[in-house]
Design a protein around this ligand. Structure first.
Ligand SMILES: [Zn+2]
Length: 407
């Protein structure tokens, strides 16, 4: 049993007739072998063809010991079949695969680096090059050379050669298969041992664009697009750039400068806003100090806020402490309540100790330093009560800590 591979002699053959030579089940999958097939089985980095056999979808194609196995989406009982390749998918693979041959040859000729692997993905393809560095100008030079060879529409020749002839060919890599070796050649440019499908001329690749490259260990992975993929990518990016330019009411060449200006303006606004917020908090602190209460030997500002940023509250408390008062603040954020106590370095109140002593009666936790302490209680409705207790401790002299105070 052996399958004749029709794509070897005619890679453009979109449909064919054949006889079923074997069937098998693999789990739920129905697989059949044919006496001849134009379906390309996955190998050499090129994915399997899809298509139909007597109208039944072919979802995978693999080769095993000279036999091409077609995995079908449903059982097929006929002995004679008409096969049809999903031509769009196949031609896309031909463009990417041949583009890879050209790109690998270009890197070898210009940068003297070898390709160690090739992956043809659903969105883009990659080659891994045996080098740890790849300067930008070498990538551009390789891309230029490949496209020149594409636009010269050189013939792409595929044939099986004898062992003697093989020795005379300057192959990029020694062949890995035994027996007759198939060589895919572009005259005066590249000879590769390959069983894949390729266009009749290099022109079939259309265009090759290297999208990006990055170091991966001791190799560089180069991502590229050929043919229709390159066009679709260009269309997509052109759309993004054009919409950005329209939004900003500038030409596309001015987008970068416009983005830079916007970034700088945003940075300035952010700084101005921060400065204005600081000033505003300064005024808010003064307004609160006007309503301070005397507690024993010190003045105390006591207040419960709703949904305020703790960074603002801390700043406000620091302003108040700098003005010689003690700040007793509660902040209601949803169900939870936060408590922040602040005093100046010369005040006789140890905030850390006052907070711990006070919260002990409210299932709360917290801590900090003598001049600033912060904590929380599970029930925000009790914040006013917490602050009243703290105030009472200051007023009674219980919280006064002359020993700890500086100055
Ligand atoms: Zn190949």
């Amino acid at each position: 049993m052996h399958t004749e591979r029709l794509y070897f002699s005619d890679p453009y053959l979109p449909h064919f007739s054949a006889r079923v030579s074997a069937r098998k089940r693999h789990g739920e999958a129905h697989m059949i072998a044919l006496d001849q097939s134009a379906f390309y089985p996955e190998s050499g980095g090129q994915p399997a063809d899809h298509g139909v056999l007597n109208g039944i979808p072919v979802v995978d194609v693999q080769s095993d010991d000279g036999v091409v196995w077609h995995t079908l989406a449903a059982p097929l009982t006929d002995d004679q079949v008409r096969g049809e390749i999903d031509w769009g998918r196949r031609f896309d693979h031909m463009q990417q695969h041949h583009g890879q041959h050209l790109l690998s040859a270009a890197f070898e000729q210009l940068s003297h680096v070898q390709t160690v692997s090739f992956h043809l993905g659903t969105a883009s393809s990659t080659v891994d090059l045996a080098t740890a560095t790849l300067p930008h100008d070498q990538v551009v030079a390789a891309e230029d050379l490949v496209n020149r060879i594409i636009w010269e529409s050189r013939p792409v020749l595929a044939r099986f050669v004898t062992a003697e002839e093989l020795k005379t060919l300057p192959l990029r890599k020694p062949p890995v298969v035994k027996g007759p070796v198939r060589i895919v050649s572009v005259p005066d440019f590249d000879h590769s041992a390959c069983g894949g499908t390729h266009p009749h001329t290099t022109g079939g690749v259309g265009l090759l664009h290297v999208r990006r490259w990055e170091r991966r260990g001791e190799t560089i992975r180069v991502e590229f697009l050929c043919g229709a993929r390159a066009l679709h990518d260009y269309r997509h990016r052109d759309g993004i750039v054009t919409r950005l330019a329209t939004q900003a009411s500038v030409g596309i060449d001015e987008i970068e400068a416009t983005v830079e200006r916007l970034r700088e303006a945003e940075e300035r606004s952010r700084k101005q806003l921060a400065k204005a917020q600081q000033q505003l908090i300064g005024y808010e602190a003064l307004a609160l100090i006007e309503r301070a209460h005397i507690a024993g030997i010190t003045r105390v500002v006591q207040h419960v806020f709703d949904n305020r940023e703790m960074s603002d509250i801390r700043l406000l408390a620091q302003h108040i402490a700098e003005n010689g008062c003690v700040a007793l603040f509660g902040v209601r954020n949803g169900q939870r309540g936060q408590v922040l106590l602040a005093s100046g370095p010369n005040a006789a109140v140890n905030c850390n100790r006052l907070l711990r002593d006070t919260l002990a009666n409210f299932v709360g936790r917290g801590g900090g330093q003598a001049i600033l302490a912060q904590g929380g209680i599970p029930d925000a409705d009790r914040l006013a009560e917490v602050l009243d207790v703290a105030f009472a401790k200051i007023a009674s002299g219980e919280a006064l800590d002359l020993k700890d105070a500086k100055g």
